[in-house]
Ligand binder design. Sequence first.
Ligand SMILES: *[C@@H]1O[C@H](CO)[C@@H](O)[C@H](O)[C@H]1NC(C)=O
Ligand SMILES: *[C@@H]1O[C@H](CO)[C@@H](O)[C@H](O)[C@H]1NC(C)=O
Ligand SMILES: *[C@@H]1O[C@H](CO)[C@@H](O)[C@H](O)[C@H]1NC(C)=O
Length: 305
Amino acid sequence: MRSLLKLWAFTLLAVAVEAQRFVRFISTDGKEYTGDAVMPAGVTDASKSTSAKVIRGDILGDFEITDTVKPIRTLLAPIAPERVRTVRCVGFNYIAHAGEANVTIPEFPILFYKPWTALSTPSDPIPVTSGYQTQGNFTSKMDYETELVVVIKKAGSDIPLDQALDHVLGYSVGHDVSHRGWQIERGGQPQPQYSMGKGADGWAPWGPAIVSTDVIPDPQTLNIWTKVNGVTMQNETTANMIFGVKELVSFFSMGITLLPGDVIFTGTPSGVQLGKTDPVWLVDGDVVEVGLENVGTCTNALKYV
Ligand SMILES: *[C@@H]1O[C@H](CO)[C@@H](O)[C@H](O)[C@H]1NC(C)=O
Ligand SMILES: *[C@@H]1O[C@H](CO)[C@@H](O)[C@H](O)[C@H]1NC(C)=O
Ligand SMILES: *[C@@H]1O[C@H](CO)[C@@H](O)[C@H](O)[C@H]1NC(C)=O
């Protein structure tokens, strides 16, 4: 009897913590909720979910998945932007991408930051303000980059490799929107800079959900792609990352505390316009879909504002 009770208590606990796909959304009542997406049969793209089980509490702390199901009207960024204290991003983390850009394969992960004001939803337009549009002979060199995004749940510093994934809540897909003119041409010599070329408001759409490490125990086996106006431009696997999720979490925590809610954009595979002989830069109205297997898609249009 005692062991039966124990088993019962254990089952309850296990059910309570096992969220699969964390989403933040506006429901038909106009209110904002956090939930566990209810997926239609045979669908793994969380952007296609139309309802979610409401989560009470904080997905970065203690929470509970309730039985209340609410319809999803609009998916938001999975964590409110202002709760994300640091947006880390990685440069040149896929061999073929380093190759197409003609840079040497990095010996250590290349880190840069975006401000949290860059974070955006899986569907809002990507604003391109006048400073990033073509001015005289300075071309608007807007490029796309699909990336696996890691979400930190447990604070830590100097995290050993074998404990790195214990600090991860789950995975999303993100778009590291990039302007090659400000990143490279106007980036200073001999090194390019990243922040002016990648940090503008709305230049880091992400979502559509945070898919838990229960659903994705190994993040290095996932197909990752970009479509521009419906045409596939990038399509690789996260197995091709030079530094995998474990290495990035461990390396970036060297003497630095990673905090709950921090996100890491882990670099883009090959297929971007940078490095092409005849690049076709993104322009006003172009629709970019970034996708990650078992996670879903973010679809955002460029919008000159
Ligand atoms: C690639 O980089 C090397 C070394 O910086 C340079 O010599 C070469 O011309 C570059 N190739 C292209 C196609 O840009
Ligand atoms: C672009 O225009 C600026 C002035 O408007 C000029 O200084 C610069 O040399 C031009 N660059 C090229 C590559 O034509
Ligand atoms: C990516 O490539 C795989 C394997 O060739 C293919 O099955 C898949 O449809 C491609 N994805 C996209 C978005 O084109």
